[in-house]
Ligand binder design. Structure first.
Ligand code: S3P
Length: 448
């Protein structure tokens, strides 16, 4: 997404049922990591099914700026000729990561132990987000960082010339912080140890092992202890990017709330560190089934079938599940609006530092559309009105946040009156085909 593009106001209104097959794009987390690890391997990595959303395209551009040869071969197929661990060249210009926290934080980690300097920036959303959570552990390797007040972008990172390995306990549940430290650890001699108290998405660990790094993961009383041996030669891979469960969440949730719907969402990765939403929806009474469960590339995969679910009930979402569904709370709160009773979401402080303050953005927009929401620093409660009783009718602000935009478009598909967005442009960061795909299923989305 362009940081300065013209806003695209959009409206969604109730139409017929949603039916058919939703082929959602490749996984965003795995797409970023494929490009970055491909750039750190020696030789040619081939990627198919890459998400060609703006966030990932910005990471591809960044990898070129650091000296990797990155080529789009068409149809989601990409080729990355990597420069090896420690082989990044100094970029000739500022690295613009657009809207992507994952892009900027992982790339900062990947360059932090190379003897080069790079300056990072992003759009108005990214430039508000905290970077000290990454630059603090990177300083332990000997990396220096100078940014704006409060550790915000734009920020210059001076890579460590003689990096030392670190042992670091991640203070917040964040796969981005964990991954930044692991990627920095790649070019430090000896063993870098990262400890996380709560398990977060583990794509970096799995993919590092796939690229030939020596990495172990142990569950201990301290938490998950990840030990990486530095300075490996990463071996190029052929990667098939699975489809994104976080994108699948939108057609799944829309089908549950639009009367008469029956939608198949094939080939969705159900890695337990990502699949918390689907478990939660089933506990709420959703008619959501996993068809054809199988294993692909070492990950559990299934075809999801979601049908209109008239008897949804609010539940208390177990806080320990938060990390496995952190990006899905906005769309869960939309489903909660159509459930009977309260949906209680606790232990979700991290939602306040995403592309927007997601509790604030969703609570404000839901209230404007006739739903009662209470919220505090790390919790929120949505009081559902049940099917056919959600008024809608308001215009909401999306705050440069793709998931806020898509969540409210889903709300409008089942509310009494249409729901309007001030700007649907951010959707292109993660799900560029959202509008045509949902329209093909039967949704009525218009640009206004
Ligand atoms: C991501 C980690 C999560 C998630 C983001 C993608 C990743 O962020 O919200 O969309 O790919 O590592 P945090 O690490 O900030 O929780």
């Amino acid at each position: 997404m362009s940081a300065h593009g013209t806003p695209i106001p959009m409206m969604s209104e109730a139409a017929g049922p949603l039916t058919g097959t939703a082929d959602v794009p490749g996984d965003k987390s795995i797409s970023h990591r494929s490009l970055i690890l491909g750039a750190m391997a020696v030789g040619e990595t081939r990627i198919s099914g890459l998400l060609e959303g703006q966030d990932v395209l910005d990471t591809a551009k960044a990898m070129q700026a650091f000296g990797a040869d990155v080529e789009n071969l068409g149809d989601g197929n990409w080729r990355v000729h990597g420069v090896g661990v420690g082989g990044f060249a100094e970029p000739g210009n500022v690295i613009d990561c657009g809207n992507s926290g994952t892009g900027v934080r992982l790339i900062m980690g990947a360059m932090a132990t190379c003897p080069i300097t790079a300056t990072f920036t992003g759009d108005a959303s990214l430039n508000k987000r905290p970077m000290a959570r990454v630059t603090d552990p990177l300083a332990l390797f000997g990396t220096q960082a100078v940014g704006r007040e409060g550790g915000r972008l734009p920020m210059t990172i001076v890579g460590a010339k003689d990096p030392v390995p670190v042992r670091y306990t991640v203070p917040v549940p964040s796969a981005q912080v964990k991954s930044a430290v692991l990627l920095a650890g790649l070019n430090a001699p000896g063993q870098t140890v990262v400890i996380e108290k709560e398990a977060t998405r583990d794509h970096t660990e799995r993919m590092l092992a796939g690229f030939g790094a020596t990495i172990t993961v142990e569950d201990t009383d301290e938490g998950r202890v990840i030990t990486l041996t530095g300075q490996p030669e990463l071996v190029p891979q052929t990667i098939v990017v699975p489809r994104d469960p976080s994108s699948a969440a939108f057609p799944v949730c829309a089908a549950l709330i639009v009367p008469g719907s029956d939608v198949l969402v094939p080939n969705i990765g159900l890695n337990p560190t990502r699949a918390g939403l689907f478990e939660t929806l089933r506990e709420m009474g959703a008619d959501l089934t996993y068809e054809n469960p199988r294993e692909e590339g070492g990950e559990p995969v299934a075809d999801l079938r979601a049908k209109f679910s008239p008897d949804l009930k609010g539940i208390e979402v177990p806080p320990e599940r938060a990390a496995s569904m952190i990006d899905e709370y906005p769309v869960l709160s939309v489903v909660a609006a159509f459930a009977e009773g309260q949906t209680v979401m606790r232990g979700v402080k991290e939602l306040r530092v995403k592309e927007s303050d997601r509790i604030e953005a969703m609570a404000t927009g839901l209230r404007a559309n006739g739903i009662e929401v209470e919220d505090g620093e790390d919790w929120w409660i949505v009081t559902g009105r049940g099917h056919g009783k959600v008024p809608g009718g308001a215009t909401v602000e999306t705050h440069l946040d793709h998931r806020i935009a898509m969540s409210f478009l889903c709300l409008g598909m089942a509310s009494d009156a249409p729901v309007t967005l001030d700007d649907g442009q951010p959707i292109a960061t993660s799900f560029p085909i959202f509008e045509p795909l949902m329209t093909t299923l039967g949704a009525r989305i218009r640009r206004v």
